[in-house]
Write a new protein. Structure first.
Ligand code: NOJ
Length: 763
């Protein structure tokens, strides 16, 4: 076989015949010899050769049928799940890409079909949901956001990309950048929580991590997809997929900024959301997808629908039938349709009938091809498909070590009365109790397609590795997650009675959060509450370890426990990471990315709420103020809260009474001291409140944060610079504005703490 000079040797070895065919194909010929500036011209020529059906095929993305309906595991089964039929569709040029497939061998076969047997030999793109790691599973994104450490988020996303690309994946349906302010909504696990600044910072970090810093053509780069555009997290009642009806101001001020941050980080693609937005489904919303995204923000990348979201326009009551649904989504700005098959079925006829302009069709095809070009697929369609790399690049000791580091840096110490934590490693008998105490289950968390609990390390193993003598530790389930076990409580009480300390591992199953897993009650399930009460009644010192996908309501013995750690779902190294924090190998340093309310009925709740005309002052309940009959509308544990093993104090504010001039910078500072006996990493947060403005402003807004390491006895001056642009809000004309006046600021350990506070003027 002749050796086509421009095709890599590795590619030849993988797809010998396929690559040869590819090398002499029209698509390849067009790309060859083209320098970067000439590339768009080559794409145009290719588009010129395509039939209407081949064009619509490029705009059609389908769940991989390789393993039957396995790729549908996290979505409703829909459409063809027969692999042979799917291959035939590829050969006919009726599919542009597949997603959630499995492995390099599948990718090799499918890519071979595309570049050897389809008429124009356009390579497929392989997409997947790689939400928090691939085979090495990292903490769920919400947990990791609590690290307040974008460098860490970038690093875990990079590793996810290294592993996923080695298995043939070019394009990741992540990061989810939806702001989530209602803990009933189960999908908060995929994002960065309730805050706009944290959302922006994490969105950018994750995009950089997935896409890498060497360009998308790098073998280990995968295109990112910021989703779900827009305001998917604002679903009424916290019910997934539900109606969203919010003002344009709130969209621009709260829900859009993380997308803008993703765009600034050069995200390659955007996914339109399932929800309707004030009457018009996002998937068919020209204002959102064209006016804002294309015209205002100049986004030049690809917009993909969510899974069957164009089909769902019919159930929304927005489209009468499939043909109309395809037309509305496509004309609004969705370039590529996921899973419904509506584009391949209806776009050719719609163009022929003159209902969809050819120019719009070509524009969308151009975006798909441009993405494939950028990813280097026209240069080497097999560049990410390598069975050897697929085996050797995953779950390496280095990757697992980062998973452990990310795990411990995502754990939030909510409470530590009497300095119960960290625990001594020797000399104490420990009873590990609860449905999350042992066993390779419920570890990696929701929304993970490629990792498995079977490959993750549980709590019991992690604890036994760290204690001086593994025989110090006994483990008892005590109950199931939602149901009692016969005799379970008795066993648990006996184990507690025989121990010096109890670690109670309770919380939510991984099926209680993630997509479609909204809850009406965000507390600990009753079977586990009964266990907690019984174990607490033994009077043994108790550390509660929460496993959860959301901000929870804590009650009774759980709320009253002397020590509580929020451990979310931490991934592959869940047990060792938790044990590291329990025994103080590394102290806790994460902060809550979402508030823990007092009661479910307070939802939606977020710290950056408005004051109202009748704010309730701190103190006992008063009449005719904005509060509930039973409780103040504050959090039990607010956004930003998290303790360390140090003893941290905030000194007096510097910069209070100052004036920020246009073009100037105001320096605000406070000295933070660790007077404890342990090292600490304190997340120092800067909040502001605009005290009077032409649009009412939140009671607090996070403007900056710093992770500051403090040795025992050490003090550090932590300084923030505030500029006029940091005080921008969306004015009455819906344009960004800044108004002079008085502002309050807090340099504080949480959104509800006073810390070092003062006022300043903007002149
Ligand atoms: C539906 C989810 O909303 C989306 O985030 C995901 O990427 C797709 N399913 C594909 O699995």
């Amino acid at each position: 076989m002749p050796n086509p000079p421009q095709v890599t040797r590795r590619a030849l070895m993988i797809g010998a015949g396929a690559v040869a065919a590819w090398a002499s194909s029209p698509a390849r010929a067009l790309m060859l010899g083209a320098d970067a500036s000439a590339l768009p011209g080559s794409v145009e020529t290719l588009i010129g050769q395509m039939t209407l059906e081949e064009k619509a095929g490029q705009l059609t993305l389908m769940a991989a049928a390789w393993a039957g309906s396995a790729a549908n595991a996290l979505n409703p089964v829909q459409g063809n799940t027969n692999y042979e039929r799917q291959l035939a569709e590829v050969e006919r040029g009726r599919i542009g890409g597949v997603f959630n497939g499995n492995g390099a061998e599948m990718a090799r076969q499918m890519q071979t079909a595309a570049v050897k047997r389809s008429r124009l030999k356009v390579p497929l793109i392989f997409a997947a949901d790689v939400i928090h790691g691939f085979r090495t599973v990292f903490p769920m994104p919400l947990a990791e956001a609590g690290s307040f450490d974008p460098e860490l988020a970038e690093r875990t996303a990079r590793i996810a990309a290294i592993e996923a690309t080695a298995a043939g994946i070019d394009w990741n349906f992540a990061p989810m950048v939806d702001v989530a302010r209602d803990q009933r909504w189960g999908r908060g696990i995929e994002g960065a929580g309730e805050d706009v600044l944290l959302g922006r910072v994490m969105a950018a970090a994750r995009v950089r991590g997935f896409q890498g810093r060497k360009g998308l053509a790098a073998q280990d780069a995968m295109a990112a997809c910021a989703k779900h555009f827009a305001a998917y997290g604002a679903a009424e009642g916290g019910l997934d997929y539900n109606t969203v009806d919010i003002s344009e101001r709130t969209l621009r001020e709260v829900y859009f900024p993380p997308f803008e941050a993703a765009l600034d980080a050069e995200v390659a693609t955007i996914m339109a959301s399932f929800n309707e937005l004030s009457g018009i489904p996002a998937t068919a919303n020209p204002w959102l997808l064209t006016d804002v995204l294309r015209r205002e923000w100049s986004f030049g990348g690809l917009v993909v629908s969510d899974y069957t979201a164009d089909l769902e326009l019919i159930d929304h009551g927005f489209a009468a039938d499939a043909r109309e649904a395809a037309k509305l989504a496509f004309l609004a700005g969705v370039d590529m349709s996921m899973q419904s098959g509506f584009y391949i079925q209806h776009l050719p006829a719609l163009v022929e009938a003159g209902e969809v302009p050819m120019a719009r069709l070509d524009e969308a095809v151009r975006r798909v091809l441009a993405l494939k070009v950028k990813l280097g697929l026209f240069d080497d369609p097999f560049r990410r498909i390598d069975p050897r790399r697929e085996k050797t690049r995953v779950r390496t000791p280095a990757h697992l070590q980062v998973a452990r580091e990310a795990g411990r840096r995502s754990i939030v110490l909510l409470k530590n009365d009497g300095d119960l934590l960290p625990l001594p490693r020797a000399g104490q008998k420990i009873a590990l109790i609860g449905p999350f105490a042992q066993g390779q289950r419920e570890l990696i968390g929701p929304w993970n397609v490629y990792g498995s609990d079977a490959e993750a390390v549980d709590l019991l193993t992690g604890v036994r590795e760290l204690v001086a003598d593994p025989a110090q530790v006994t483990a008892v389930d005590g109950c199931g997650i939602e149901a009692p076990i016969d005799g379970g409580i008795e066993q648990a009480v006996a184990a507690a009675a025989a121990a010096d300390i109890v670690i109670l591992a309770i919380g939510e199953s991984q099926r209680m959060s993630g997509e479609a897993q909204s809850r009406v009650d965000i507390g600990i399930p009753p079977a586990q509450m009964a266990l907690a009460e019984a174990v607490a009644a033994t009077g043994k010192p108790m550390v509660v370890l929460l496993r959860h996908g959301r901000g929870l309501v804590l009650e009774g013995a759980v709320k009253e426990a002397p020590a509580i750690l929020a451990t979310w779902f931490l991934g592959s190294m869940s047990g060792p990471a938790t044990a590291d924090v329990l025994f103080g190998v590394e102290g806790p340093s994460a902060r809550l990315p979402v508030s823990f309310p007092h009661a479910t009925g307070q939802q939606p709740y977020h710290y950056a709420h408005k004051n109202t005309g009748r704010p309730h002052p701190v103190g006992p309940l008063q009449e005719y103020k904005a509060r509930y009959r039973e409780a103040l509308n504050v959090a039990l544990y607010p956004f930003g809260h998290g303790l360390t093993y140090g003893r941290i104090a905030y000194g007096s504010p510097e910069g209070a009474g100052g004036t920020l001039t246009p073009g100037g910078e105001l320096r605000l500072a406070a000295t933070i001291t660790n007077s404890g006996t342990h090292d600490a990493v304190e997340v120092v947060q800067l909040y502001i409140q605009d005290q009077s403005a032409s649009i009412t402003r939140p009671v607090r807004e996070l403007k900056a944060f710093q992770r500051v390491a403090l040795k025992p006895g050490e003090s550090r001056r932590v300084e923030f610079g505030l500029k006029r642009a940091d005080l921008t809000f969306i004015g009455q004309d819906l344009k960004p504005t800044v108004e002079p006046g008085q502002f309050r600021f807090w340099i504080a350990p949480s959104a509800q703490a006073e810390g070092a506070s003062g006022v300043f003027e903007l002149s």
